[in-house]
Design a protein around this ligand. Structure first.
Ligand code: 5GP
Ligand code: MN
Length: 335
């Protein structure tokens, strides 16, 4: 197999690591499965390799990610700000997994940019910014976790993989591919999944922990959204769901509970694009998904102050929730 990671780049990273005293691994705000899995796996490998390593995430994990190994070692910047700032300040190396722009760590951005640490990005989003000295970026892989696996094997760390680390990496690949349905066209993704399964991880338990462990309220909330709130714009093959704060409260919403709601309308044959709008305290959180040809990364960058991948992207709007539907339909009408 052709090496995924350039050998000169890999050598530079390895010599940086051999001189590093303190290493920190970070990922993005409102972390998803791949963010937590790629960072915990890298954290644990580096620890097993004998390094002094910390793991810092800007904001809290949703409940359904807490089963990921090593997640209890994570320092949450929003909760333990001073500790996290000291860690970042005193790091020699900061690995940044699953994000391509310093903005994605939100309130932690200054602490990241001001740190003297050598920043190393391992990511699979298009158009990475240049805040990191070393950039391992590949949009053809399924997930940041897959690229972390390539890094581990190419850097000679395979001997440090154990069952828990294999579990992390498998979870990252499983969640970013929606259980191997999207972003998994390359045979390599399945080879890696197979190598991870060889560590005797329980695939069924992992699936159930992530996909079948929501609350009754969340299920009823999804029913309400589909029945009452989903709007279909046939001429644009578009579905839009807009959710207010009052509705979130009524259904006892917990952070992360909406994960996956944006995908639901895509199971309608005629729908190519789905947009989900969530009212937050000072902005609207936008999630965008498409089935095949429609590039939601371009849409998110142009109209929603965000970004992502061709079939999954996100962003923010600073308008009233009552204006959101018109804002979105105007984009599609004038496109
Ligand atoms: P989600 O809709 O699940 O929050 O995000 C889907 C995809 O879009 C993820 O790959 C995520 O990294 C990206 N994404 C979500 N929100 C933002 C954002 O505010 N800015 C950028 N650049 N990407 C985002
Ligand atoms: Mn990812």
């Amino acid at each position: 197999m052709k090496d995924k990671i350039d050998l000169i780049l890999l050598d530079s990273i390895k010599s940086t690591l051999s001189n590093a005293d303190k290493i920190t691994v970070i990922s993005h705000h409102a972390p998803d499965g791949d963010a937590i899995s790629s960072s915990t796996a890298l954290y644990a490998i580096l620890k097993n390799a004998g390094h002094n390593v910390s793991i810092v995430i800007p904001s809290r994990l949703s409940d359904n990610l807490e089963f990921i190994p090593f997640s209890s070692d994570i320092i949450i910047y929003n909760k333990q700000t001073e500790i996290a700032e000291n860690i970042l300040k005193n790091s020699d190396v900061i690995f940044c997994t699953d994000f391509n722009s310093a903005k994605r760590v939100e309130k932690m951005e200054n602490a990241l940019l001001n740190s003297k640490a050598v920043k190393i990005m391992i990511d699979h989003h298009p158009q990475p910014d240049d805040f990191a000295k070393f950039i391992i970026s590949d949009t053809s892989v399924s997930s940041a976790s897959e690229l972390v696996y390539e890094f581990i094997t190419q850097a000679g760390y395979s001997k440090f993989i154990n069952r828990d680390i294999a579990k992390c990496l498998y979870i990252g690949i499983m969640t970013d591919t929606i259980n191997f349905s999207v972003n998994s066209e390359q045979t390599r993704t399945f080879e890696i999944a197979s190598e991870l399964l060889a560590f005797n991880i329980d695939k069924k338990e992992i699936y159930n922990n992530f996909y079948n462990s929501y609350s009754e309220e969340r299920m009823r909330f999804s029913g309400y959204l589909l029945y009452e709130k989903m709007k279909i714009f046939k001429e644009n093959n578009l579905a839009v769901i807009i959710v207010t704060k009052d509705e979130l409260n009524k259904f006892n919403y917990k952070a992360g509970d909406h994960e996956g709601f944006v995908n639901m309308p895509l199971s309608i044959k005629s729908i190519e694009t789905s947009i989900f709008v969530l009212e937050k305290n000072d902005y609207l959180k936008i999630s965008l998904r498409s089935k095949s040809y429609f590039d939601v990364n371009v849409l998110a960058r142009k109209y929603f102050n965000g970004g992502g991948h061709i079939n999954a992207a996100g962003g923010k709007l600073y308008i009233k929730i009552s204006e959101a539907e018109k804002y979105i339909t105007d984009i599609f009408t004038n496109k």
